[in-house]
Design a protein around this ligand. Structure first.
Ligand code: SF4
Length: 950
């Protein structure tokens, strides 16, 4: 039966509930559910419900026509658009209404998640979702009319602006929110100001005995909690990092491997909190994933209260500045800097900014899905991505979330940061006194990768044009507040002769950098200026030499920066001179600014002084950036520097070029890490469930960087208390041919069906992930098994994991980020499937490191093996998160090398089986693990057996 389509206006008139103003339906009286037509599309089909309560299944074409005619109620418009194959779809997205009514409140953006958040009944199946949307919309609108609405303040003013922007929800909301008796305060006047506090004195030197550490641990775990011997041992070892340092530049370094379930978080928080209490100092815990930061925030509550008696925070989460909303950018967006849908996003973000805990937009309390509803990079434009902050010169400086977090962390007992932030702070932090000296690197197996990117240099078109804009300002008339150096330092440029000359010289020199349209000009063989000419040479060289096969596959291309032609080297030297021409006036300007601060002239008022302070900092790191680029270019054509790996690359996505450049990495990035992070520290713990390679500490020690400063780390290992023999089983499926996409998709589909969902599918290539998803998602959805995928669904990764965690029938496909960023205990994750052995990508960088390792004992193959084993161990670690968890870990590989089996915890049963046998085992009730004899399958092989050559 086909659905009789009624224009929304006719439906609304028929129910006599709406009147129309400028084409927008206005609700005449409150009711629930909302009598507007609703649409739901999943992989299983499409359903529409009329305003007067008839639900029909409809074809995609019909749904597209309906949605083009009338604004329908939807949940997650971009996702519905993907399902219908109609990218321009829009409507009344219930998630947008949720973000307006309950800013900064968590909801899983699925029908079930919405029902839970609003206390409504879960829809029984897809066909009941349109009704849920009407109920949810009705409930949200009713909230606005009710007296209990906690987020009422600011809503009326926001709605006036949103109505002017023709936000589809403004019609239904109008009349629901009464005009407040007193004018509402503007966001920027109502946010609280942070207060300056005296610098903390240096920490007292304290020796903590083992008894006190263990007593603190018992206090944190609770007297009734089971005493875990491994955890006590772990805490006692971690405490060594907090002893007084004996020699300058030689911190205590503890490498602590703790199997999943050891309880390492409280294990290190016990000595950390005790040390902080006794010494008055600050401990930093650095993580790699946002999920662990969230978990740490909760766990720290056992040791510290939310607030101290004076209102300050003992525990502060600190992220890179690009994570926080920049109030100046937000103000600009609200006042015309953003247009159309982006402006609506800005108003919803402003609603959130009034209620947020800490202004963190990425992984904080701003819903991760909000940005993706608006497609373009609106969220990024509201942060301070490009280092344009004017610091104390900004009118919102005293309310700025970034500055607030920086000040709070200087007074905190515990700062929860991330690896990149700790390294960037150490390398170019503004405040030397606030640099961390006692650091726990949790997820320590990622420190190497974080150091690798932090200490890298990349002279690319995209980076260079950013620098040009920072100096000159945007070229075309831009709506944004971005201004060049001359405008930001207008008083210096006008009143100080030397400063003015330096600014003008920098501006002239920056003309040599790539300008708007650079990529197109290079593609057409018409580059302009020395940098574009060099990038043109880079592009031509890469295309001439690349043999990776990436040209056809649409991936990025690269070639070594070696054996370069004379013409290339000449272009590189011309570009280097151009960069030096720019660096010189910037250095002169920096010196001049310092002089002005030391002996302030009459014209320099307090604001001007603050602007100069801010400019000085951003100037100095641009000078460093230019110096790094010049060093990189100077080397081209000369002998290779054995400390570095240099290469030329074209970055592409789906065969479209988006950046071109020259890259430099340290062969061993732990060298600069040791110098900038370890050496100034007093105590460092690096901890993880996968620090060492099986029983071998060699790689973990090398990757700590300790040897570079002559420190021998203290090693401690603590086995997981989980019964892997009884809780998990590894199946190596030997009959799915490599490279056969239909067979791969068939295997995934059947495994997900056998398991009834709860599958995390891990891929090493996005192309294969998409191909598999495309072949099985519809069929699975029709069987009630929703399948979500990174790089397919227009949903951010954090939200995808939230959706997966929330629905035990759902499965999730993804790549690297999911391999060790997912913490889903319980039934929602009961099967991990890897599409193949996770071989390292044979990049130029990997080859160089492999070659360097080749000379040492064991050679290049050991190097690769240790990478693969670490990846397998991390992926396996997703499966068993608690003592109650049960599950299977499957690798689809006909030739899985036995030497890699030591990646799995000792005792875990491992079997090589056919797909049919695997399906049989996966379908067994999980309580029957470990599967003993009697299922007609071969007995498990021991690691020792498995490790023998086949
Ligand atoms: S101080 Fe900087 S980051 Fe903060 S609001 Fe102002 S410009 Fe933005």
């Amino acid at each position: 039966m086909t659905l009789p389509r009624l224009p929304v206006k006719r439906m609304a008139e028929r129910s006599a509930l709406f009147t129309f103003r400028s084409g927008i339906p206005i609700l005449r009286e409150a009711m629930s559910p909302l009598a507007l037509p609703a649409l739901h599309a999943s992989h299983a089909g499409t359903w529409m419900r009329t305003g007067d309560g008839l639900t029909h299944s409809v074809g995609k074409g019909e749904a597209v026509t309906a949605v083009a005619d009338t604004p329908l109620l939807l949940l997650n418009a971009p996702l519905v658009a993907t399902r219908l194959g109609y990218p321009d779809l829009s409507g009344l997205d219930v998630l947008e209404l949720f973000a307006f009514v309950h800013p900064a409140r968590f909801v899983v953006p699925t029908p079930k998640g919405l029902a839970h958040a609003l206390d409504l009944a879960e829809p029984e199946d897809d066909s009941h979702v349109p009704r849920l949307l009407q109920e949810a919309a009705g409930a949200l609108l009713a909230t606005c009319g009710g007296p209990q609405w906690q987020e009422r303040e600011g809503a009326w003013s926001a709605l006036q602006s949103l109505t002017r922007l023709r936000w589809p929800w403004s019609g239904p909301l109008t009349g629901r929110i009464p005009r407040p008796e007193r004018a509402e305060r503007w966001l920027f006047s109502k946010l609280p100001e942070w207060e300056e506090a005296a610098e903390l004195p240096q920490p007292r030197q304290v020796e903590m005995d083992q008894e006190s550490t263990l007593a603190r641990l018992a206090q944190l775990t609770g007297t009734t909690a089971e005493q875990r011997a491994g955890q006590r041992d772990y805490a006692a070892q971690a405490a060594n990092a907090f002893s007084p340092r004996r020699k300058s530049g030689q911190p205590h370094v503890v490498l602590a491997q703790a199997g999943t379930g050891t309880g390492k978080t409280l294990g290190y928080l016990a000595p950390a909190s005790l040390w902080s209490e006794l010494s008055g100092g600050t401990v930093w815990v650095s993580t790699f994933t946002k999920a662990l930061q969230r978990q740490l925030r909760q766990e720290s509550r056992r040791a510290w209260p939310e607030r101290r008696p004076d209102g300050s925070q003992p525990v502060v989460v600190r992220k890179g500045r690009e994570n926080y909303v920049c109030l100046l950018n937000l103000e600009d967006a609200l006042q015309g800097g953003f247009a159309g849908r982006a402006a609506i996003l800005a108003h919803l973000v402003a609603r959130w900014a009034a209620y947020t805990r800490d202004g963190d937009m990425i992984g904080g309390d701003l819903p991760g899905w909000l940005g993706t509803l608006f497609r373009k990079r609106g969220i990024a434009a509201l942060t301070d991505q490009r280092g344009e902050c004017v610091y104390a010169g900004c009118p919102h400086y005293r309310k700025c979330f970034i500055e607030r977090a920086a000040r709070a962390s200087a007074q905190a007992d515990l700062v929860i940061g991330n690896h990149a932030l700790v390294m960037v702070n150490a390398a170019r932090g503004r405040d030397h006194a606030a640099r961390p000296t006692r650091i726990v690197f949790d997820e320590g197996h990622h420190v190497f990768d974080a150091a690798d990117t932090t200490f890298a240099a990349a002279l690319t078109g995209a980076e260079a044009i950013e620098l040009r804009r920072w100096v000159i300002g945007p070229e075309k008339a831009s709506r944004g507040r971005r201004r060049g150096l001359a405008a930001r330092l207008a008083d210096v440029a006008s009143y100080d002769e030397a400063g003015g000359r330096a600014v003008a010289a920098a501006r002239d020199a920056a003309e040599a950098l790539p300008a708007d349209g650079w990529l197109q000009r290079i593609g057409e063989g018409a580059p302009f200026g020395p940098l574009e000419e060099l990038l043109g040479e880079v592009r031509a060289t890469v295309y001439a030499r690349d043999e990776s096969g990436g040209t056809e596959a649409g991936y990025g291309l690269e070639t070594e920066a070696a054996g370069l032609e004379g013409a290339f080297v000449e272009h590189a030297q011309a570009a280097r001179s151009a960069l030096a021409e720019l660096r010189q006036p910037l250095i002169r300007l920096g010196t001049r600014l310092e002089a002005l601060l030391e002996e302030p002239p009459d014209w320099l008022d307090a604001q001007g002084r603050q602007r100069i302070e801010g400019a000085r900092h951003s100037l100095s790191w641009r000078v460093d950036l230019l110096a790094a680029w010049e060093a990189l270019l100077e080397r081209l054509g000369g002998p290779a520097d054995p400390e570095f790996v240099d290469w030329l690359a074209i970055d592409r996505s789906e065969a479209r070029e988006f950046d071109i450049g020259i890259h430099r990495r340290w062969l061993d990035p732990m060298k600069p890490f040791a110098r900038t992070v370890l050496e100034p520290a007093h105590g460092v713990v690096m901890t993880s469930a996968t620090l060492k390679d099986a029983d071998d500490w060699t790689k973990a020690i090398a990757r700590s960087g300790a040897a570079h400063i002559g420190v021998a780390p203290l090693l401690s290992a603590h086995d997981s208390p989980f019964d892997y023999a009884g809780q998990a089983e590894v199946l190596i499926v030997t009959d799915v041919p490599r490279g056969d996409i239909p067979a791969l998709a068939g295997a995934y589909g059947r495994l997900i069906e056998a398991s009834g969902g709860g599958v995390l599918g891990l891929f090493t290539a996005i192309r294969r992930l998409r191909a598999v998803h495309g072949r099985i998602a519809d069929r699975l959805a029709r069987g009630g098994l929703p399948l979500y995928a990174q790089h397919v669904d227009p949903i951010d990764t954090g939200t995808l994991v939230d959706i997966f965690r929330d629905d035990p029938a759902a499965s999730l496909l993804g790549t690297d980020a999911l391999r060790d960023g997912v913490d889903v205990p319980g039934r929602s994750l009961r099967l991990v499937v890897m599409e193949q052995v996770p071989w390292p990508r044979p990049t130029i960088l990997h080859r160089a490191r492999r070659l360097a390792a080749g000379g040492e004992k064991g050679g290049a193959q050991l190097f690769d093996d240790s990478i693969i084993r670490a990846r397998l161990a991390q992926a396996f670690g997703r499966l068993i998160r608690s003592k109650e968890d049960r599950g299977h870990f499957i690798v689809l590989s006909s030739a899985f090398p036995s030497r890699l089996l030591t990646a799995f915890p000792p005792g875990t049963p491992i079997r090589r089986v056919t797909l049919d046998e695997a399906l049989e085992r996966v379908a067994l009730p999980s309580a029957t693990l470990p599967p003993g004899a009697g299922h007609g399958l071969e007995a498990p092989i021991s690691i020792e057996d498995a490790a023998r050559p086949a």
